[in-house]
Each structure stands twice: as C-alpha cells, then as structure tokens.
Design a protein around this ligand. Structure first.
Ligand SMILES: *Cc1c(COP(=O)(O)O)cnc(C)c1O
Length: 360
C-alpha cells in the first residue's frame, strides 16, 4: 500500500538509535546516574500533589518552570535572565522545531556546519526549511573565517552552531558565535545541549549584544533527566513571543512541568554527577589511546574514536560483548568513526574491556 505521504518524506527512515535495555547503553549521551531515592520520593510527591488537578489543562505559559529555569541560568552564567527571556518545550528538539517553524519554513533556509547533530537537517526538512550544509575543518573545529564566509555566501535565515559539537565533542570559541551574529541578518541558534560538561563560557553571555541570538539547552544530558523530555532556550523576550505563535496550546503537560521543577530544585545533586562523568570520560580517552586508537578532543560527555576500517562490524562486535555504542560513520566527514559516551565506573570498565577484545 502506498500512502500519499509528502514527496519530500517518501523513502525516508525515522530518526533513532537502537534501544536495547539489556546492553550497556553508551549510545545516546545520557547521564548514567539514575535519580537518588530522595529525588525519586520528591518526584512522586510532586506528581501526587499535581494529580488532583489533572482534569484541568496545565499552565499554558509554564511560568513557574520558566522562572526556575531563568534562575538556574542566572546562577550558572552570572548573567541575570528574566522569565520572559526563557522558553521551554518537550526536549530541546521541540524547541528547535519551534525555532524553525517561527523563523524558517518554506522559501527560507537554515545553515549548519557538518558533521554535527543530525536532527538539525531533519527538523529543517520537517518544517519545509531549506538546509544548507557547510563543512567544519578536517579536525572538526570551526573558526571565525570559515563560519563568516559561509554565512556571507548563503545568507541563511537561521544559522545553527553546536557547542560542544555532537557527535565530535569539539568546542567552539565565543568569538565564532559573536562573528556569525554580526555577519547575518538572520537568526542564530547556538545548541548548547552539553554546556554543563564544558569549561567554556556560555553563549548566553552574548545575548545582551545580539537580539537575534538564541541559546538552547536541555535537561536530557548533564541534568540526568532524559525521560522527562524538557528542553529550553534563552533569548530576547521578542524571540520568546515569536515562539509562542507556533507552539501548540498546553504543549508542556502538568506532569512534565512539576517533574522538571522538582529536578531543578535538586540541581546540586543532579549536576553533582558531572565531575564523575567527566572522570570516566577521561578514563575512556586514556584507555582507548592505549589500544593505539585515536580520540577526537572533546568537551562533552562523549567522544569520537577510531579510525576503523569497518565501523559497523566493530559496532556489532562491541554489541556482541554487551556494549552499545553509536555508529556515526555514515555521517558527513565521519567515515571510520564510532561514538561512545561515558558511563558509570563499571560501565566504562566494561566498555574498555570489550574494546580491548575487539581491537586486534
Ligand atoms: C541530545 C541533543 C539535543 C536534544 O535533546 P533533547 O532530549 O530533545 O533535549 C539537542 N542538541 C544536541 C546537539 C544533542 O546532542
């Protein structure tokens, strides 16, 4: 049977990495530490308090949650942010989709620097936004000249900058963000999904200078709340008003809002795992290099390692040893590479042991 699916979607595959709970899962860059018993109890209590009002729609503007996010960003960055400057949705993927619905769309283009997060072009496609791909340097860095030249060549409506970059872990100087903002008349989206793992200052610092700059964040990675589906964005109040034009009414469920607020009230505990994750990442780097392989310098909780002659075969061999990593080798400029994220100490040990048996 053939359905009248949109021409541009025909023959496409849905995005998604394998979900294999029986394996050691190091393939989607999650924080490996589950919520503590105290946080579990607090979440259960918060849900119980919200439950008697579930016959009502939730706060459409998610004000209490956005206030908590603004307070969190203010503490983290030292730059005072107001609730009007913060937006939230179901994962930063939904935030990015809303950005493209509001500022992209048919007849408009978005520019990205690949290899990078493969959802950016997919979200462009889903919103009818043209996608223009430029390349990063051979070592996956992006400097001011390359970035500005691409912006001047293509004059995009939206520019995507990912720092640290996924899947390479590469950092990016704030000067690049600043230069791109100066070079374009369009919007600039800085995807900082892994910011809490990086020593670099946030692009949020540039918001006062650039009214068309947007910085997206997520609770899925360092914040160890991937199951909650909560992403957010900091920008000017005008940008937030524009996103409100395209969001679905009541897009954030009451349960999502209370869960995210409860998690934010436990920020110290949740981000307290970041150091341990970074330690395991550094152990991974040392162990992989000891096997004679290359690791791309990373500022995130994951890393690219290789090169492999046949990455899908190595991916399968690791899975046969019970360890699930990400085969990114089909992506632009990624021939030969696999990606893995840091796990707990024992998961990281299991990965290193599996790799040692797989690598000749
Ligand atoms: C994981 C990731 C996201 C989004 O995750 P959500 O769970 O939707 O918040 C966004 N950008 C990058 C670069 C990522 O790696």
């Amino acid at each position: 049977m053939s359905l009248p699916v949109r021409d541009d979607l025909q023959g496409k595959q849905p995005y998604g990495a394998p979900q294999l709970p029986e394996a050691i899962q190091l393939n989607v860059n999650e924080n490996p530490y589950p919520p503590s018993p105290a946080l579990v109890a607090a979440l259960a209590q918060a849900v119980a308090l919200a439950a008697p009002t579930l016959h009502r729609y939730p706060d459409r503007e998610a004000v209490a949650l956005r206030e908590a996010l603004a307070a969190y960003l203010t503490v983290r960055t030292g730059l005072p942010l107001e609730v009007e400057q913060v937006w939230a949705a179901n994962g930063s993927n939904e935030v990015l989709q809303q950005v493209l619905q509001a500022f992209g769309g048919p007849g408009r283009t978005a520019l990205g620097f690949e290899p990078s997060y493969s959802m950016h072009p997919l979200l462009a496609s889903g919103t009818g936004t043209g996608w223009v791909a430029e390349r990063r340097a051979e070592d996956f860095t992006l400097d001011v000249e390359r970035a500005v030249a691409a912006v001047e060549r293509h004059r995009p409506d939206v520019v995507f900058l990912t720092r640290p970059n996924n899947p390479t872990g590469t950092g990016m100087d704030l000067e690049v963000v600043d230069a791109v903002c100066r070079a374009t008349d369009g919007m600039v989206l800085v995807d900082e999904a892994y910011a809490e793992f990086s020593p670099a200052p946030s692009a949020i610092w540039l918001l006062p200078d650039h009214p068309r700059l947007m910085v997206s964040r997520t609770m899925s990675k360092a914040f160890a709340m991937a199951g909650t589906r909560l992403g957010y964005l900091a920008a000017s109040a005008e940008v937030v008003d524009a996103l409100r034009l395209v969001r679905l009414p009541y897009h954030l469920s009451a349960l999502t809002q209370v869960a995210a607020r409860t998690a934010l009230a436990h920020t110290g505990e949740l981000l307290g795992t970041v150091e341990a994750v970074v330690r395991q990442r550094d152990r991974m780097i040392a162990g992989i290099r000891q096997l004679g392989l290359t690791v791309v310098p990373t500022q995130a909780n994951f890393l690219l390692f290789g090169p492999f002659e046949n990455p899908p075969a190595t991916w399968q061999a690791l899975l046969d040893e019970g360890v699930l990593v990400r085969d990114v080798s089909g992506g632009p400029g990624l021939t030969g590479w696999l990606r893995v994220n840091a796990g707990t100490e024992s998961e990281t040990s299991a990965f290193l042991a599996a790799l040692a048996t797989v690598v000749p």
